[in-house]
Design a protein around this ligand. Structure first.
Ligand SMILES: Nc1ncnc2c1ncn2[C@@H]1O[C@H](COP(=O)(O)OP(=O)(O)OP(=O)(O)O)[C@@H](O)[C@H]1O
Ligand SMILES: [Mg+2]
Length: 416
């Protein structure tokens, strides 16, 4: 049953473990998901069974309950510990609480005391987690700095200039607005960000975060995987080979973006053109989706489809901004025709400048750095200023972020 409270019992005395399991066996809302005889056993089991509550004896051979609780808060932070001890001294209580225990029960305790403590701790923790982790939105601990803005650079068609725009936008924002910027290459199969910035492919990538996301659910060593570029931006590279793309789950990616936005003013994500659960995770979380199109009939057709989907997903029209790239290379299609066809105005334009763009690409130096005066650089700067200068009414935005259920969202893929 989904709503059951999952409990792990940790005590070195087998009779105590059996007794506790029997007591809890009578409760329909509590499920005993495991038992462990020592602190180290407890850590191992908790990683496997992911309990909501750990009933932890304090005195055990090998690793005591206090040490196990401390370690558990790093490895399985979602498990709340209720400490059990025959000693009720203040020092034990204090040390347990410092280690991260949520409750302290002095043995012997009644069945009622036990079950009501479990329910109380579970409810308190659930409420707290709810404030930190909303399904598709972000919550910030009270008093923390305002979280950064997530800007997804997306297009429903490949090859229209997403990476070019994402890279130069990141550099422009860092250099001209003094923002603390990180660029995430979410084109997990064939990411090009490293090439455009001439970064060593042997650098760490987002794939290196997969093991710890799987183990603890949190990208704890994220900082070590963000590569510094000489322009001042941080970069989280795509995996070095396509088959590693599947290591990154939508949930893991959300955690990464949440963690990044707490450290950076601006998180720019170079998305892939594929529309799947992973790209949807980015689009959901983004404050702004810069959606690129070019003056080509296929690009326009896909844009129309994407705008319909964005509407069904409940995205505010202002969240999705249209960027016309290579705006002056018309070859038969006029801007007015495009706007008529997709039923909305283009918000930003970037000129076509093959010389500057391709030369920069092949040298691995963003054109915003090497050819600052070019019109294409000026267009990028204008885009950066427009995106960053927007009124960021974040709190209400977060509260109304899409929260429809997965089943409902799945059906939205029917358009493909
Ligand atoms: N404004 C521009 N002027 C001239 N060339 C451009 C412009 N923007 C992008 N290009 C060129 O278009 C090509 C595709 O650009 P880019 O790799 O940035 O697109 P993408 O959407 O990221 O593609 P992919 O689907 O491969 O990820 C590149 O050769 C790039 O140099
Ligand atoms: Mg690209």
């Amino acid at each position: 049953m989904a709503d059951q409270i999952r409990v792990l019992i940790v005590d070195d005395i087998p009779e105590t473990r059996d007794h506790l399991a029997k007591l809890l066996g009578f409760e329909s809302d509590i499920e005993v998901v495991g038992a462990a005889a020592s602190g180290s056993d407890a850590l191992e089991s908790a990683e496997k069974v992911r309990p909501d509550i750990v009933l932890m004896d304090i005195n055990m051979p090998d690793m005591d309950g206090i040490t196990a609780t401390e370690r558990l808060s790093a490895t399985v932070p979602t498990a709340a510990v209720i400490m059990m001890s025959v000693q009720g001294e203040a020092d034990y209580l204090r040390r347990s609480m410092l280690a991260g225990a949520r409750e302290f029960l002095v043995k012997p305790f009644s069945s009622d005391e036990l079950t009501s403590s479990i329910r109380q701790v579970f409810q308190r923790d659930r409420a707290k987690l709810g404030r930190f982790v909303l399904d598709s939105a972000v919550a910030v601990p009270a008093g923390a700095n305002e979280p950064g803005r997530i800007v997804a650079v997306f297009s429903p068609k490949g090859g229209v200039g997403r990476t070019t725009v994402a890279v130069n936008l990141a550099v422009a924002a860092a250099q001209d607005t003094g923002c603390h910027v990180v660029l995430v290459d979410a084109s997990f199969q064939f990411g090009d960000v490293g090439v455009l910035l001439n970064l060593n492919p042997k650098n760490k990538s987002i794939a290196d975060l997969a093991p710890e996301l799987e183990a603890t659910g949190e990208p704890e060593s994220l900082d070590t995987f963000v590569v510094r570029h000489s322009s001042g931006i941080g970069v989280l590279l795509a995996p070095p080979s396509p088959e590693m793309a599947e290591l990154i789950t939508p949930a893991g990616l959300k955690r990464i973006l949440e963690a990044l936005r707490l450290k950076y003013d601006l998180v720019i994500v170079d998305c892939s053109a594929v529309f799947n659960d992973t790209s949807l995770a980015v689009l959901d979380m983004a404050d702004t989706i810069l959606t690129l199109l070019t003056l080509e009939i296929t690009s326009i057709k896909n844009m129309r489809l994407f705008l319909e989907v964005a509407d069904q997903l409940g995205y505010e029209p202002s969240k999705v901004q249209l960027v016309l790239n290579r705006a002056d290379s018309a070859l038969g299609i006029r801007l007015a025709d495009v706007e008529h066809s997709i039923g909305r105005k283009v918000d930003h334009s970037i000129v076509s400048d093959g010389r500057s763009v391709v030369y920069a690409l092949n040298r691995g130096v963003p054109f915003f750095l090497s050819n600052r005066e070019a019109q294409v650089s000026q267009d990028i700067l204008r885009l950066a200023t427009a995106v960053l200068g927007q009124e960021v009414a974040r709190a209400p935005e977060r509260a109304t972020r899409d929260d429809r259920k997965p089943a409902q969202r799945k059906s939205l893929f029917a358009w493909r």
